[in-house]
Design a protein around this ligand. Structure first.
Ligand SMILES: C[S@@+](CC[C@H](N)C(=O)[O-])C[C@H]1O[C@@H](n2cnc3c(N)ncnc32)[C@H](O)[C@@H]1O
Length: 374
């Protein structure tokens, strides 16, 4: 993929861009095989590639520059804004939306936040698009000082950009590299964006994790369903379930599905999807996954886990080994912690492993693995 910003040395977000795409995939696969050297793997499935450009459904734009001339993109190490409106990772639909947003920043008086001076209001613009059409725009502001002014220009903004079906403001008062704060103020009537992967309805909401590479994520969920099709599935736990993508793909009509996730907003999405699918035996709860598990005494038939980069950790692994679910489906965005966790899961054989390239041009990998109790 050619990127003029990378070539000019202005953006290095895609660290692996100079590598041929086939080499990127081969290097990721080799790294995973190396990390799992000491663990016998019954079957390695070939890596699932991604489109090399326009694969992201989400842009996180740092806003810099001035209120009359805002710059959307990143801030480099010298503190200068770099315009990434034309970043080739985003769909073609993003750049026109960002360009049309620029005058509204001035109209609403949203002075870009200046990191060194700790002054200004607008920190980030977060834009997400559904494959079903429709977009979600979030303004991350330092305070609610300019909220009234933003609300005033909102009707004009919505008229200009009707594709923005969900619009909100996130208040992030802390001077830190944290992207979002706890307070979310909805500006649009709709609070969620409808998405659908493999005919499974999903929801994208503020403050709720959603996969950023929809094409590969849809294949990941579908593969999870394929790999679990032959298994007994009366009970299924989907830990770190987010909006429920894995559990909702794998559950059958009779399955008792329990989804556990720390974000209440994501749980609301998962619940809505289950209702839309007419699934009756489901419960989705906003809880710490390890805390939930440690309060249970028996295991489900299938335990599905998709944790953040830190992995599931010692405590949850010990619980799993003690209650002995028949099968574990572990999807990981960090092969290092995946390998560590698998060595802790004594009594299981590693049946199948496959790399899903959710994050092209970076060193990051998503790995799906199926473990069966011996
Ligand atoms: C990699 S995401 C996976 C989400 C989901 N499975 C999917 O396919 O989109 C990890 C999820 O773990 C959640 N999470 C983080 N810490 C958690 C915890 N202690 N307990 C439960 N969920 C947690 C995050 O909010 C996030 O939704």
């Amino acid at each position: 993929m050619f990127c003029p910003r990378y070539d000019a040395g202005q953006c290095r977000s895609c660290q692996w861009l100079p590598k041929e795409y086939v080499t990127q995939l081969a290097d990721k696969q080799a790294r995973i095989e190396h990390l799992l050297t000491d663990i016998p793997v019954a079957e390695w499935r070939p890596p699932v590639p991604s489109a090399q450009r326009r694969f992201r459904n989400k842009a996180k734009m740092v806003v810099s520059g001035s209120v009359e001339r805002p710059i959307l993109g990143i801030v480099n190490t010298e503190g200068e804004g770099v315009d990434l409106i034309d970043c080739p990772l985003y769909p073609d639909t993003f750049a026109p939306v960002f360009r049309q947003l620029l005058p509204f920043i001035a109209k609403a008086g949203l002075t870009p936040y200046h990191i060194a001076r700790r002054k200004g209001e607008l920190k980030y613009l977060l834009l997400t698009e559904s494959t079903q059409g429709g977009m979600m725009l979030r303004f991350v502001l330092r305070s609610d000082k300019k909220l009234a002014q933003l609300k005033k220009v909102l009707p004009e903004l919505q008229q200009c950009l009707p594709q923005l079906t969900v619009i909100s403001v996130n208040i992030q008062p802390v001077h830190m590299a944290i992207m979002e704060g706890e307070q979310e103020i909805m500006l649009s009537d709709a609070s969620a964006l409808a998405e659908s992967f493999n005919h499974i309805p999903l929801w994208i909401r503020p403050q709720s994790f959603f996969q950023t590479n929809p094409e590969v994520a849809a294949k990941l969920y579908l593969t999870a369903r394929e790999w679990t099709q032959g298994l007994k599935l009366d009970t299924l736990w989907d830990l770190f379930c987010g909006v429920g993508g894995f559990g909702l793909h794998c559950a059958r009509a009779e399955t008792q599905l329990t989804g556990i996730e720390i974000s209440a907003e994501a749980i609301a999405c998962a619940q809505d999807s289950a209702t839309k699918l007419g699934l009756k035996n489901t419960q989705f709860r906003a809880l710490d996954a390890t805390h939930y598990a440690l309060n249970e005494t028996s295991a489900p038939d299938l335990l599905l886990v998709n944790p953040p980069r830190r992995g599931i950790g010692q405590e949850l692994c010990e619980f799993i080994v003690s209650v002995k679910p028949a099968a574990i489906l572990y999807s990981s965005c960090n092969p290092e912690t995946l390998a560590k966790d698998i060595t802790r899961l004594q009594g299981y054989r590693l049946e199948r492993v496959q790399l899903f390239d959710l994050f092209p041009h970076t060193a990051h990998s998503e790995v799906l693995s199926l473990l069966i109790r011996e």
